[in-house]
Design a protein around this ligand. Sequence first.
Ligand code: ATP
Length: 354
Amino acid sequence: MGCSFSGLNALYDAVNGGGDIWINENRFRIVRQLGEGGFAFVFLVKEIISDSSSASGGGLAKKLKDPSRLSGDGTYALKKVLIQSSEQLELVREEIRVSSRFSHPNLLPLLDHAIISVKSSTEGSVKHEAYLLFPVHLDGTLLDNSQAMKAKKEFFSTLDVLEIFCQLCAGLKHMHSGESPYAHNDVKPGNVLVTHRKGKSPLAILMDFGSARPARREIRSRSEALQLQEWASEHCSAPFRAPELWDCPSHADIDERTDIWSLGCTLYAIMYGMSPFEYALGESGGSLQLAIVNAQIKWPAGPNPPYPDALHQFIKWMLQPQAAVRPRIDDIILHVDKLIAKFSTETNRARDRR
Ligand SMILES: Nc1ncnc2c1ncn2[C@@H]1O[C@H](COP(=O)(O)OP(=O)(O)OP(=O)(O)O)[C@@H](O)[C@H]1O
């Protein structure tokens, strides 16, 4: 959809009073809040289609290339970002640019957006607000789901773990491929939307491209290394952050394998509900950074029967502190496909025996 930054593109419908929001030529009404981020609120909204625009074929769904990803009832997720500075404005513009680069069933698409100027009545200064429109997934994130399951002492089956993980890999492969690979930089359960499906493993969709950047960076001095560490401390969630982003050498070739580290932590979190290094935060004198740079994983008592050792070995393979020997996304996909084949055969055999 269009990319325009004029104040006319998204504005509260003051005349109709209902707090409706226009994004370009489409009008939305807030139903309820879905979530909250650092400087953002995410709302469930419903498109309001007037009789006249309906008669002329109106409605956002009709204008989209792939309406199959929508909820079908005119509802969407609307992210409102409060912008306090020119740096934040640039970050949102970057998020919009990056989100528009990708089109994949396991990556959340940006359907439309607008940035408006808002004049502060008290200070007289001009601030900005950004509105980003996405398909809505009401079953929450992997983090919400695994926390709810943990509370009930429930676990995903081995096959569901692998199927969810496999979909994340497919989305990431799309980002890591091509002439200029992108790293997501914030792969974690809180950035994966899941949708439960009858008789099938949950659908998993990676979102939040606010930290995604070209993956390859040549670090050639101490100051470049420190700059990268500082950038990572703001953009990459600590429990899922790769060792080279905590303690970057003055001469290093950083690449998309930072995401593979986060992917390994995410696989562990799908199984056990937290990052493999989060335990360090609860230990007196424990250091998350030390646990990560030394790859000190702790395996909790899992479900009964526990997850197969092959999954633990798979995680260890991804969590290699030396990025140069860490596998790439294609290696990971080959391996997860093999594991899915092995465990679905075993599941089928067990079913046949019953
Ligand atoms: N498309 C969606 N459908 C349903 N819920 C959503 C959707 N997008 C976001 N949410 C909800 O809103 C929350 C915040 O969204 P998001 O992670 O995009 O915000 P953020 O400001 O980038 O967050 P953070 O500061 O954690 O990076 C999510 O955790 C999720 O609960």
